[in-house]
Design a protein around this ligand. Structure first.
Ligand SMILES: NC(=O)c1ccc[n+]([C@@H]2O[C@H](COP(=O)([O-])OP(=O)(O)OC[C@H]3O[C@@H](n4cnc5c(N)ncnc54)[C@H](OP(=O)(O)O)[C@@H]3O)[C@@H](O)[C@H]2O)c1
Length: 205
């Protein structure tokens, strides 16, 4: 799959590396081709850097992993997204988000052409995206959004990144729940001092 990464920092960098190694073609969409976070990602296979609009134009799927307060500005900078899938990995943390929105996915939907927007890869630390393995098993991932097509793509990409399963949390009405779930992880990892090397797995019987 042709994937544009908008936001090539901790999260975008971890996923770009996993997906490039899994055989996808990666287009890093950056503001400044000379200087951007994650320049070392160009050493990965099948990876090039382009302007944001060029990367979006060429890609079938777009990962947005920029700071949440920039969600509207970044979405408006994408150009035409008709027919494309957007995966939103952002979280509003402690009120720091786009003005007038309680989750970033709604902000994206309101400022772009495609309706195929899902929230995924937001609910665990970037370190767990770099390495989802704990002893003999891998963590799970979670996805929400109305678009079945976008959810199917996100589920495949979660598996390509090494997560064991990617569970369907529901539709667009679960975007906020997904961000609260992320804050649940942040609370445990940071405020309760369990550290970043913790993650979620669903047990079943
Ligand atoms: N860190 C985590 O463990 C984690 C886990 C799950 C979800 N998240 C969420 O993922 C998002 C990114 O977090 P991160 O830790 O990966 O951030 P980060 O390392 O600081 O990277 C941010 C990236 O966003 C780019 N960027 C900033 N403003 C932009 C704009 N206006 N237009 C285009 N690109 C812009 C930066 O580009 P430049 O290189 O040009 O500065 C940089 O590549 C946040 O919303 C966060 O809540 C983070």
């Amino acid at each position: 799959m042709k994937i544009a990464i908008i936001g090539t920092g901790n999260v975008g960098g971890a996923l770009a590396t996993k997906w490039a190694k899994a055989g996808h073609t990666l287009y890093l969409g950056v503001r400044n081709l000379e200087e951007f976070k994650g320049k070392e990602l160009l050493k990965n296979p099948n990876t090039t850097a382009l302007s944001i609009q060029e990367a979006v134009q060429i890609a079938e799927l777009i990962l947005i992993s920029t700071p949440a307060p920039m969600a509207v500005e970044v979405t408006q900078s994408l150009g035409d997204t008709t027919g494309k899938i957007i995966i939103d990995a952002m979280n509003i943390v402690m009120g720091r988000g786009p003005q007038g929105y309680s989750n970033t996915s709604k902000a994206i939907l309101d400022h772009t052409q495609t309706k195929d927007v899902v929230k995924c890869f937001n609910s665990t630390g970037f370190n767990n995206m770099e390495n989802p393995n704990y002893n003999q098993e891998a963590l799970d991932m979670f996805v929400a959004g109305d678009s079945e097509r976008a959810k199917k793509a996100a589920i495949q990409l979660a598996k390509d990144a090494g997560f064991a399963e990617c569970y369907n949390v529901g539709g667009n009405d679960k975007f906020e729940l997904m961000e609260q779930f992320a804050f649940f992880w942040i609370n445990l990892a940071m405020f309760q001092s369990y550290g970043r090397n913790i993650g979620f797995k669903l047990l079943k019987r």
